[in-house]
Design a protein around this ligand. Structure first.
Ligand code: COS
Length: 388
């Protein structure tokens, strides 16, 4: 691997784990929409629920490229597991590591690294792409706060022990005046809704978080008041790399499936893969996956090197997620009628699962806005032509 021996060995280790511990239940959790709680202990033991956290807080201390490879390989066999791991690492634990006090880090991170999930509550029914449109409010109450609102589409909402949520703490316009808080599941008034009935990633736990008169002290505040929006934007810059990694993994899973099928099945008295119409599709899938992988790894390495990487993660997620849906779609086509049978081959599940990657943590349109704004900034034309 051009990225170095260390990463090849790491990939092999994750691949072996994914095949042994994750793949066997992938079909069943999709069919039954069951969150595989029993899978958390092996994931934690292998360090995959602690990847982005330094060892001093109980983490595995992996770099971003290792984390990216792990999300990719887990998603290659099971997208639901991929998103559970990605949401916990990138969205749940990272905000505490980046913006938390020493006390908050010591309180939450070792528990989270040991396998108890942390969720991330940004989206609301009227604030998805418009992340600054948060309606959830936190009102000063003596030396503490009272929070009211609701968050939707939250990964691990019912299983988490804590969640980072955004709330308006002042009436300032738009994204200013948003702050973030760490809420614990056993706080009075903080509950999760019914698990959503989803098209894909059905083994992941997605639900509402309801916040009704939740009282917290200042110790629940993450960073300074008014900084919530910028914190979340930074978190999403990095989270988008992991969504792209999920897409690359699932695209690879679709190719694995189509390649094997085409090499084994016969039509017109010869193996399907020997027909150019099929072989060329496999070649295109492989090429697109390598290109997407390259973009995702590049963004990960830029983050590891401390470079500015926000627009690079947007480009990588945009491209990888669209490659993911294209590859899954092509794989179903290669399998023909077999590809339409639910649960028989992975292609149809991947097709349903991978669509999330074009939507979650910023739709493809949002990524295009981030990229185009960066382009305009590069020629000094951003203020005049702010794209909305
Ligand atoms: N890192 C740090 N700061 C950032 C940032 C980033 N990536 N992006 C924006 N900011 C800052 C800006 O610099 C600006 O601060 P100043 O006014 O002090 O300069 C502030 O945040 C507001 O930025 P902006 O005006 O660009 O915000 P917009 O409301 O126009 O929103 C987009 C920008 C559309 C890019 C943003 O709302 C977005 O990413 N939306 C999608 C949210 C999303 O992914 N939701 C799904 C969540 S699933 S977990």
């Amino acid at each position: 691997m051009i990225w170095g021996e260390k990463y090849s060995e790491f990939r092999e280790k994750v691949r072996a784990f994914a095949l042994e511990k994750v793949a066997p239940s992938a079909v069943e959790i999709d069919e039954t929409q069951r969150f595989p709680k029993e899978g958390l202990a092996p994931l934690a033991e292998a360090g995959y629920l602690a990847m982005v956290i330094p060892k001093e807080y109980g983490g595995a201390g992996n770099d971003m490229l290792e984390y990216t490879i792990a999300v990719e390989e887990l998603s290659r066999v099971c997208g639901s597991t991929g998103i559970t791991v990605a949401a916990h690492n990138s969205l749940g634990m990272s905000p505490i590591l980046l913006f938390g006090t020493e006390e908050q880090k010591k309180k939450y991170l070792p528990r989270a690294c040991a396998g108890e999930l942390i969720a991330f509550g940004l989206s609301e029914p009227e604030a998805g792409s418009d992340a600054g449109g948060t309606k959830t409010r936190a009102v000063r109450n003596g030396s503490g706060w009272i929070l009211n609102g609701a968050k939707c589409w939250i990964t691990s909402a019912t299983e988490c022990f804590a969640a980072i949520v955004t709330a308006k703490t002042s009436d300032e316009e738009g994204s200013y005046g948003i702050s973030s808080f760490i809420l614990e599941k056993d706080m009075e008034g903080f509950t999760s809704g019914k698990k959503e009935n989803k098209l894909g990633l059905r083994g992941s736990d997605t639900a509402f978080l309801h916040i009704a008169d939740v009282r917290v002290s200042d110790s629940a505040l993450l960073g300074e008041t008014g900084n919530g929006f910028k914190q979340f934007m930074k978190i999403l810059d990095s989270g988008r790399i992991s969504i792209g990694a999920m897409a690359v993994g699932m695209a690879q899973g679709a190719l694995d499936c189509a390649l094997k099928f085409a090499a084994e099945h016969e039509e017109y008295g010869r193996k399907m893969a020997s027909a150019q119409g099929i072989a060329f599709q496999l070649a295109d899938m492989e090429t697109e996956i390598e290109a997407a992988r390259g973009l995702i790894y590049r963004a990960a390495v830029m983050k590891d090197r401390g470079m500015k990487y926000g627009p690079e993660s947007a480009k990588a997620k945009l491209f990888a997620s669209e490659v993911g849906t294209r590859c899954a779609f092509k794989a179903i086509g290669i399998l023909g009628a077999e590809g339409l049978q639910v649960g028989k081959y992975p292609a149809e599940r991947i097709w349903r699962d991978v669509k999330l990657c074009e939507i979650g943590e910023g739709t493809s349109e949002i990524q295009r806005i981030v990229i185009a704004r960066d382009l305009l900034k590069s020629i000094g034309a951003f203020d005049a032509l702010k794209i909305e």
